[in-house]
Design a protein around this ligand. Sequence first.
Ligand code: MSP
Length: 521
Amino acid sequence: MNENKNFYITTAIAYANGEPHLGHAYEAISTDVIARYKRLDGFQVKFLTGMDEHGQKVEKTAKALGIEPKAFVDDIALKFQSMLEMLNISNDDFMRTTQARHIKSTQAIWDRLLAKGDIYLSSYKGWYSIRDEAFFAEDELTTNKAGEKLTPSGAPVQWVEEPSYFFKLSDYGSRLLRLYETHPEFIQPDFRRKEIMNFVKQGLTDLSISRTSFNWGIPVPNDDQHIMYVWLDALTNYLSALGYPDESAPDFKAFWPADLHIIGKDILRFHTIYWPAFLMSADLPLPKQVFGHGFLNIDGEKMSKSLGNVITPATMVDEFGLDQLRYFLMREVPYGQDGSFSKESMVLRMNSDLANDLGNLGMRVLSMIHKNCGGILPDMGDIAGANKDDAGKALLDAAYGLYEDVNHAMEARQIHRALEAIWRVIGHANRYMDQAAPWTLRKTDFAAMERVLALLCEILRVIGIYVQMVTPSAAEKILDQLAVPHDQRLIEHIKSASLRAGSTLPAPTGIFPRYIDASAK
Ligand code: MSP
């Protein structure tokens, strides 16, 4: 495979302090869709996800439950791994920050920053939020009616005074601004870039990067009184998975710098200020893009334990089906913006886009072939010549031309737009079928019926190839039912291969069931 066709994509690593929820599922699914798309487009992809297992928040939760932190995170990591499996996430690796490979890599990064002269020992005196795992200046906090100080995310803070190592972040402001200006694609969506630029322009203060008041973390090299600040630890995971500090490791050479860090909007500052500054200090190349997706709410309200509206991904998959949930989340929420889950809109998408538009198209075409052609794929004929079919030709052109719109949308991280483009062709195919009316041709012109059905199978092949990124199991069924060989399911095969007339197709089975409300009378 061509060297420059490598693609390294990551999700944030979730705090191992609670069970996975729909927000984690949303991030994993959207990253998976991009990773699958790049593989379909011929890229060698490395897709990393994992767990952020250190820090005060995890330690505090474990203690409150009376469990040793390591035993606690082991249990949570299993829960996240089974969520990934349930969601059919195609990650190539699962990083846990308690793993030896990560500890080694994080200590090596520390040594690099130290050797650069960017770390000094002093003491921290100020506010810390355990929930945000972040330090706050007085003027960033608000005070509620009860007189408690809160961070912008609404989390409480505590006063901390302890010896601490600092990173000279204040030295990096102008280099960071230059980065944002010369590489506008570095922070996406664009409106987020402006927020970060404004923040950096106000001036950066040095960052406390070690703690001494608890010990659930990676020890600072040569000073075991200190453990590293959990964000320095966590961000380094993206390097650890490639074999860092061994810069000659094959994965490091092939995949660093990362092409895309997918994260939620709440942790952009860590990824677009601290992370590039650490890498600059370590003289390592910078990731090409950090994309901050929006938050997922339930019926327009924030998910929270106190509102009692936290929905587990497993409940949704049980009720609606996995591919349905994946499709819904990717199609309904413009990527980068906040979105809301509601059962009504889920059922609408499930029944209209999936069951009616795509599922029925496949079923109608394949069952006609089964009933009328003995399950043998007919020939499309020469639709530009002897068997002239302008409408069929226009449909084929639209399907073969899909790449331009899909690729443009995917490169702009507009997953919903890519799906819209694919569904435009599905709509076009349904209209073509209704107009060509093969059920009528069956009686009047059997050969014409065969050509229409063959052409629609070709459209289904193209659609099936693209939808592998979003509804992988259903896509596999579609391609199996068309007898598309497994080694001809990439985008390049849309042009280089085609269906073979005369091949035997397996009996069709439904792909997308309609949602039937069990509670409806
Ligand atoms: N541990 C840090 C990330 C370290 S990355 C080096 C963290 N963990 S988290 O568990 O709080 O969040 C993990 C990811 O899930 C983040 O990208 C976060 O934005 C995302 N989400 C958490 N709740 C979410 C929603 N309700 N909706 C969408 N994404 C959400 O932050």
